[in-house]
Design a protein around this ligand. Structure first.
Ligand code: ADP
Ligand code: DP6
Ligand code: CO
Length: 325
């Protein structure tokens, strides 16, 4: 069969219990499990166009040539599985800032996995695609699925049980998300580098690893029983502990801007005033406020008016990664 042109879309995701650190860099195996929500309006669209004249994959992101190194290595795994050569023009777009702490690597590698599966006619299961996506970026394993998703740490040395699985569909608990964008720029320390430095040098890293299983159990339970206060508590604690471990690295990894902290303070004020909202922050300066649908408007308005907040993005829980016609 010919190698086909293929397209896919995947939503980015936000971890409520964070992944921060690896137990195997070559296989990209996380040190701990993690738990996330997949988003609808923050997504990556990727088209793979086979081109027999190419000796290596080419990459265009948001209309401009971009560094293809990471996706070439990723597509090599699919070429090996298919037993085929064949290179692509990879044409992709992100609907939100790239490399800025909004999980572009998650939606990117999930979309690439789904598109490559089709292009090579591999017919892999979502679980296998999650395992492959993980090798591109750990958080990408979760973006294969929609709604609430849990990523297992796994035990197998080859990483075959290190996959994500759906915990509950979006309809189970239709939470919404307001993203306060405080900088559109690419971060200076990538997620991979930030966690590597934290693992190697932070005295708080072992304490972080020790905390995660307990947080996962609390988050899972609070989602299944729709206990907003309990989820708020564990999600904020997970995000702050991740950043605490990174801040204590040498040199310290600082993802916050002044406006990041202002947003955290405002979210806590809003919650004290009776709105159901909590925050989380990933490897970047943006603040994600997770809230009930009826509270999204006041949360978005309150964050948008803070100095240093460039704009707010709004999202609901979204579906898993899909092929596009
Ligand atoms: P983020 O916080 O956005 O996930 P990371 O440092 O984890 O930041 O990952 C950013 C990297 O993800 C980029 O340098 C690039 O290699 C990859 N990436 C982002 N968007 C795409 C895309 N649409 N297609 C392929 N790779 C992408
Ligand atoms: C803070 O998945 O981007 O967003 O596996 O090295 O690509 P790599 O890292 P990545 O790290 C995500 C870190 C985080 C937390 C999370 O999404 O769980
Ligand atoms: Co990332």
């Amino acid at each position: 069969m010919d190698i086909q042109e293929a397209r896919a879309r995947a939503g980015s995701n936000i971890a409520l219990v964070k992944y921060w650190g690896k137990r195997d860099e070559a296989l990209n195996l996380p040190a701990t499990g993690s738990l996330s929500i997949t988003l609808d309006t923050l997504h990556t669209d990727t088209r793979l166009v086979p081109d027999p004249s190419l000796a290596a994959d080419q990459f265009e992101l948001n209309g401009r040539p971009a560094d293809p190194a990471r996706l070439r290595a990723f597509l090599d795994r699919f070429r090996a599985l298919a037993g085929r050569e064949g290179h692509f023009q990879v044409i992709s777009s992100n609907s939100f800032p790239t490399s800025a702490g909004l999980a572009s690597s998650a939606s990117a590698f999930a979309a690439l996995a789904v598109a490559a599966n089709r292009a090579f006619g591999l017919d892999l299961s979502p679980t296998r695609l999650s395992e492959l996506a993980r090798q591109g970026s750990g958080s990408a394993a979760r973006s294969i699925f929609g709604g609430f998703v849990e990523m297992a740490r796994g035990e197998a040395p080859d990483g075959s049980d290190c996959v994500a699985r759906p915990l509950a569909p979006a309809e189970h608990w239709p939470l919404e998300v307001v993203v306060a964008v405080t900088s559109e720029e690419a971060k200076s320390v990538s997620s991979s580098e930030g966690m590597r430095r934290t693992m190697r040098t932070s005295p708080y890293y072992p304490a972080w690893v020790e905390q995660v299983d307990r947080d996962l159990a609390l988050a899972r339970e609070s989602i299944l029983s729709r206990d907003f206060a309990a989820l708020a508590d564990v999600a904020e604690a997970s995000a702050l502990a991740m950043h605490a471990s990174a801040l204590a690295a040498r040199p310290g990894v600082i993802y916050f801007k002044p406006a990041t902290l202002a947003c955290l303070e405002r979210v806590r004020e809003l919650r004290a005033s009776g709105l159901d909202v909590f925050f989380t922050v990933d490897a970047g300066p943006q603040v994600k406020a997770i809230c009930r649908p009826e509270h999204r408007r006041p949360v978005a308005d309150a964050l948008a008016e803070l100095p240093g907040v460039h704009r707010v993005l709004e999202a609901r829980l979204g579906p898993g990664a899909v092929e596009l016609p």
